[in-house]
Design a protein around this ligand. Structure first.
Ligand code: PLP
Length: 262
């Protein structure tokens, strides 16, 4: 298969990504003041485009950033045509200066299972549920986790409440129940999480870390990972082969995927 053309659209002007031109000043670049989405293209089709645009609009509204949704949608579809049917990621960014940035990116390669390390983290309350460009803390949490030898961080509040990973949702099985953290705790309203919750019996709430540490299986869920089993947390193995509930969740997501492409 041909390599994906790494292209960027800024306000509708498409160029190679390494030649894209962003006029400054723009607090999107200077202060992370803006919002974004990452979508997955399966061949020529996008998964859950409307849900991603809805969340982008909600994120924008939450920080008083008005978006030109129609232009974002049409520019996204025009750029996707240039991928010529390659599986890829599509990133949409809306900045404080009003720029619409859309990029085609190669898929991330995720291993079949993943190790986590806990990192203490307090959500920025006024940005709860907002997919803002201010992701430096999320990115740094992953680096902190990697310094301990794990592959990804598991964000945990100072009071022990389990949140999520920096770019994905955590699900786990405890007391024979599939569980995940409630949005009110300050986690993102993940589209993958939503599909799994809608398809399966999931207990949503605020849980302490020891509930997860005692889980019989756990997995991360996101647009780029889909369903990825967790094999250990802070060096403690989590039983997995992957487990039954993880396989059920992967199957439920696959079914949602089949009906959510456009
Ligand atoms: C903090 C956070 N949680 C969860 C997710 C997963 O969301 P989605 O399933 O919509 O990709 C993401 C996605 O990037 C994220 O940034």
């Amino acid at each position: 298969m041909n390599a994906l053309p790494l292209l960027t659209s800024i306000d509708g002007l498409i160029t190679p990504s390494d030649e894209a031109f962003l006029p400054l000043p723009d607090d999107g670049a200077f202060r992370g003041d803006g919002v974004f989405e990452v979508l997955r293209a399966y061949g020529p089709k996008l998964f859950a485009l409307e849900d991603h645009l809805d969340r982008l609009q909600r994120s924008g509204a939450a920080i008083d950033l008005t978006l030109d949704r129609a232009s974002i949608e049409s520019e996204t579809l025009s750029l996707l045509e240039r991928a010529e049917g390659a599986d890829c990621l599509v990133r949409i960014v809306a900045t404080r200066a009003g720029r619409r940035i859309i990029t085609l990116e190669n898929l991330l390669v995720h291993p079949p299972s993943i190790s986590l390390a806990t990192v203490t983290y307090s959500p920025t309350v006024i940005l709860n549920g907002v997919k803002s460009l201010s992701y430096a803390a999320n990115m740094h949490a992953t680096r902190i986790a990697r310094k301990t030898g794990a592959m990804e961080a598991l964000l945990v509040m100072p009071d022990g409440t389990v949140l999520e990973a920096p770019t994905s949702t955590l699900f786990w099985v405890s007391q024979d129940k599939l569980r995940t953290t409630a949005l009110e705790a300050g986690v993102l309203d993940s589209i993958t999480r939503d599909r799994i919750i809608n398809a399966l019996d999931v207990e949503v709430g605020r849980f302490q870390l020891d509930d997860v540490m005692n889980s019989s299986e756990a997995f991360l869920a996101s647009t780029t990972r889909e369903v990825q089993p967790v094999n250990s947390i802070d060096g403690q193995p989590i039983p997995m082969e992957p487990g039954t509930r993880t396989r059920e969740s992967a199957a439920a997501f696959a079914a949602a995927l089949a009906s959510g492409l456009s």
